[in-house]
Structures are given as structure tokens and as C-alpha cells.
Write a protein of this length. Structure first.
Length: 303
């Protein structure tokens, strides 16, 4: 079990600039050395449960960060947006997150949907990357699809894989527009398996109903292309299809939710229902059946 902690904010006037020091942001739990993992293998990470550790969470605006403000890459002459912190109350029994406007009396309860924004392994070629970056190794993808009951597949780049995770979100809208979700400490239970000799070029996810590919890059079009390309080649392999047949099938079947449009790289998801992919996929043979196997193991843990 991992208790993933975030910086503790008090009610106003604690601001990001007062309590966080760049580049020591987005802390992770790990890295975990996966015994036997070598380049060319795939690590399967199944999320058994992801539960907020406290009854509150925090979100904020950050100067020079987010999709609707000037950033260090999108250079504008206008002033940065001001820092504002929102404290969210979490009702663990009702499974809700309460938004309260900072200016005015408006409140609304949103459904809680706990997830991890950051899950990754060490990058290739001896690179050192910030935990704020998503790429082929996973990292700060910020996809709401990374929830309990889902298996994440990550290609191994170094001996031991060096798996880490963090960035707990009680919920997050697709795109993470302002750059910050409903951030909170998490108690997370996961099961990790190693799939020997099976590569995974980009992060892939599997639920009981869908397979998914995650592409991360700038510009956003390239993140979209990576995810779609990986899904097309994956479906062609799974279903024994000609590449152009797979291209046509994915084009008409895919869902394309945005994960984040604010991080150093953007992340796009390609998501295809298993029911469209027939025999082998429905029988649980994706990634040598790792999702079904780990899901069953998680069921034993719950009992």
C-alpha cells in the first residue's frame, strides 16, 4: 500500500509560490525495482484501489501554467493569472467532491473519481526527466482513465524498470485545463506483474471494457497521432488485420479523450471498446491475459 502525500495547504493565504519550490514538484512514491525486468519487457500495473487518505483536497491556479494562460512556452505580454487556492471537501461515504466558489456563495458536488496523474518507469538512453513530464515511459499523463480496476502497461527501458507513481487526484476533468486537478493524498493498493519479452512502445491501459493507448508530445496533434498510431498497430496485431483494415476499424470505433493540455508534453488517449474487437481480445489474451489475471488476484485481496 502506498500513501501518496501532497503538500499540505491551509486555507488562504497559503499559495503555491509560498510552499512549493521548483523543481521539487509532483513528488512520487518509488522508484520500485521490479525483479527480472529488462528492456524489451513490459510492466503491468493493476490498480486494486485508489482512495483519498483525507477528507479534503486542494486545487489552484499557477502563474505561467495551464491551458488558458500565457506560459514560458506560449510567451505573452499580458500579466499571468493570479494565484488562487480552492479547498475541496471530500465526502468519502457519498463519493463526492464539493466545489465552493472563492468569490460568491455557489457550491456544487461533483462525483468523486480517484485516479493517479503520474505513473511511469525510468526513461531510455540514460535520460533524467522531471516527474512533471509525460512521454513514452509514462510519467505525468494526467488521464482520468488511470483509476481503480484498470491495468497500465509500461515498456521497460532499464534493468528493474524503476516504477514510480504519485499525483493523486480525487477527480479531474479531461484536459486538466487549469493545470491542477482536485489534488489529494491517496492510499493506493496495486498489483505489479512482469510480461517477459513483450514490448510496449507507448503506455497502454486495459479495463474490463476497453483497451487504450496514451500518446504524449507537443504539439497536441502529435500526441493525438501517437495514440491513434499505437492503437491502429495494436489492433492490427491483436485481430490479425491488415494495417489499413485496422486503420479503418479504429477510425470508426475509437474514442479520443484528452488527458492533459497543460503539462510539458500534452497527452491524448485512444480508447476502443473490446466488444468491437472480437474473439482473442474478448477472451482476455491482451498482453498475455495480464489484466484478467491481476483483476482476479485483486479480487482475492478484497476477500
Amino acid at each position: 500500500m502506498s500513501d501518496l502525500q501532497v503538500i499540505s495547504f491551509k486555507p488562504s493565504p497559503d499559495l503555491v509560490s509560498q510552499v512549493c519550490e521548483f523543481p521539487f514538484l509532483n513528488p512520487q512514491t518509488g522508484p520500485f525495482y521490479i525483479e527480472g525486468a529488462e528492456p524489451g519487457d513490459t510492466v503491468a500495473v493493476h490498480f486494486v484501489s485508489i482512495e483519498p487518505a483525507r477528507s479534503w483536497a486542494a486545487s489552484t491556479t499557477v502563474p505561467l501554467f495551464g491551458a488558458l494562460t500565457g506560459t514560458h512556452l506560449t510567451a505573452l505580454l499580458n500579466d499571468p493569472l493570479p494565484e488562487v487556492v480552492w479547498l475541496w471537501q471530500l465526502d468519502l461515504a457519498a463519493r463526492t467532491c464539493r466545489f465552493a466558489a472563492r468569490r460568491g456563495s455557489f457550491t456544487v458536488d461533483l462525483a468523486m473519481s480517484p485516479m493517479h496523474g503520474t505513473v511511469g518507469v525510468a526513461p531510455s538512453n540514460l535520460e533524467v526527466r522531471s516527474a512533471l513530464v509525460p512521454d513514452a515511459f509514462g510519467g505525468n499523463m494526467d488521464t482520468p482513465e488511470m483509476r481503480a480496476g484498470v491495468t497500465c502497461y509500461l515498456g521497460v527501458n532499464v534493468s528493474g524498470a524503476l516504477l514510480s507513481l504519485g499525483d493523486g487526484h480525487a477527480r479531474q476533468g479531461e484536459g486538466e485545463t487549469c493545470g491542477v486537478a482536485v489534488e489529494c493524498a491517496m492510499n493506493t493498493v496495486l498489483v505489479v506483474d512482469l510480461i517477459k519479452g513483450v514490448p510496449c512502445p507507448w503506455p497502454r491501459l486495459e479495463s474490463d471494457t476497453h483497451i487504450m493507448s496514451a500518446g504524449s508530445a507537443r504539439p497536441l496533434e502529435d500526441a493525438f497521432r501517437i495514440a491513434q498510431h499505437d492503437m491502429v498497430t495494436w489492433v492490427a496485431s491483436l485481430c490479425g488485420l491488415d494495417l489499413l483494415d485496422a486503420y479503418q476499424l479504429v477510425t470508426q470505433a475509437v474514442e479520443s479523450p484528452l488527458a492533459n493540455v497543460c503539462d510539458t508534453n500534452y497527452t491524448s488517449i485512444a480508447k476502443v471498446p473490446k466488444r468491437y474487437l472480437g474473439g482473442p481480445v474478448m477472451e482476455g489474451t491482451v498482453m498475455e491475459g495480464a489484466h484478467a489475471r491481476l483483476r482476479d488476484l485483486a479480487g482475492e485481496y478484497r476477500r
